[in-house]
Design a protein around this ligand. Sequence first.
Ligand code: ARG
Length: 584
Amino acid sequence: MYSLLEQLRQHVSQALVKAFGDDYADTDPLVVPAAKPEFGDYQSNIALSLAKELKQKPRDTAQQIVDHLEIESISHPPEIAGPGFINLRLKASYLESQLQTIAQDSQLAVEKAETPQRVIVDFSSPNIAKEMHVGHLRSTIIGDCLARILEFRGHDVFRLNHVGDWGTQFGMLIAYLREASPEALTKADALALGDLVTLYREAKKRFDEDEQFQKNAREEVVKLQKGAEDSVRAWKLLCEQSRREFQVIYDLLGVELTERGESFYNPFLRETVQELEEKGLVEEDQGAKCVFLEGFTNKSGEPLPLIVQKSDGGYNYATTDLAAIRYRIRQDGAQRIIYVTDAGQANHFAQVFQVAERAGWVPEEVELVHVPFGLVQGEDGKKLKTRSGDTVRLQDLLDEAIARSRQDLERRLAEEGRSESEKFIQKNARVVGISAVKYADLSRNRTSNYVFSYDKMLTLQGNTAPYLLYAYVRVQGISRKGGIDLNTLGNQTISLEDNSEFVLAKHILQLSDVIKEVEQELLPNRLCQYLFELSQTFNQFYDRCPVLQAQEPKRTSRLMLADLTARTLKLGLSLLGIEVLERM
Ligand code: ARG
């Protein structure tokens, strides 16, 4: 089934061809949701833009289109308004039949992409032996959501965790561990990442203070790069311990990722730089190999370099990303590569993409996209910190969200005089707490900073996860109360009589348009907004229209509508990485 918007587009397109000829077959019919309810449900603005080239008055062009528009099954007679807008008002009978079609499909008739792509989503990507901070949390939540949406649309998605598992920090760490706790270099589990982070700080301090230690650390880097057995073993151990800590967070969030860290690309760094040299892109600058960038200049207007090999022969973050692009396109066959990181890395990616393109590594059909996001701030508007001023550990942050949601739940249970099992309380607290954190992040336009507030994200009112989860629970409550198994409703007739039913139906049917929009624009907040409005329109419907008390056939029709709302919410939330609850 085609989405609402696509069906309308198709009809207007056909009218354009009939009215003005085949040359207009590919003209975008400019159909959009109506700007105001009094203009109907959708409008086409094509007459205004076509009139000029047709040398007509826009209203005349609109009239010609309307004369050829065969849309009676979908819309009431189109109206021409203002300078030449074509307003379309959907018919209830059309919405009813569409709802019946989607009701029969477990995926609510959201179609799969016509040409599925091989997509890589590069997200989360914390650094080994450093803490996984809230920036990585954002990347994890947003990246997972985008991956889910692309997977749902039938793309072949590869979720890659580009962990920072290589670099000079390992020399320092290994040198320090040799001094401070040599057993940690040979025995698994001698350290937890919490300790590793402290160790990193201590090692850094030592490094800054002691020249002999600096020398040791540099030698360790060289040893590791040469593949000395005990250095490699120590490095692997450090990675393994970090990995286990990261996994705790991923499990709690329900996020799946394939780890392929920076070290994976080590064998390809040399040939990557060599190929850049062969293409004549590399120049030497103070001993370093650089590519001078187009459009990036310093204060005096000279082009900035991207260093691809340092003067000591070492490679860097950018070289690794260049090697990764090459590998991902050639070996993985990626057609779209999506990088989810904080906005601070926008220049890095713009530069790396430019060099990859100039090297001819990016075929025309391949798209490289950086998906930037803003900072997470504390309620004081500053960088999120603990009370003592330290960076917040993710584990603590998530635990706190769960603990607070548990408190809220227990308070509510006490107020309502309900008693629930410990199992129920635990599951509810976890689902609500984690959902609240995810939703708070996803519901903002990701490019802006957002203020992290437990109180706001956990409230039952407003654009929050608990509000949406509650709308879903309301429907399940109807079915429990009426002793009705919604799964067995089958294909009953839906009839939309009250305006709130009509509004709800129209909203339900926009799901596939919204999903496709997010697939293109990579903005999860659009889906959140849609689900929030869906919950609101459902609540308005439910306030106005009795369901269980209604007479047949109205009763069944309304049950169908409630069930479709719940299924849409469940599906939409699952694409955000949020599970639903049957009771709250
Ligand atoms: N490890 C990096 C960081 O913590 C993020 C890596 C993002 N992905 C990439 N291909 N550069 O900032």
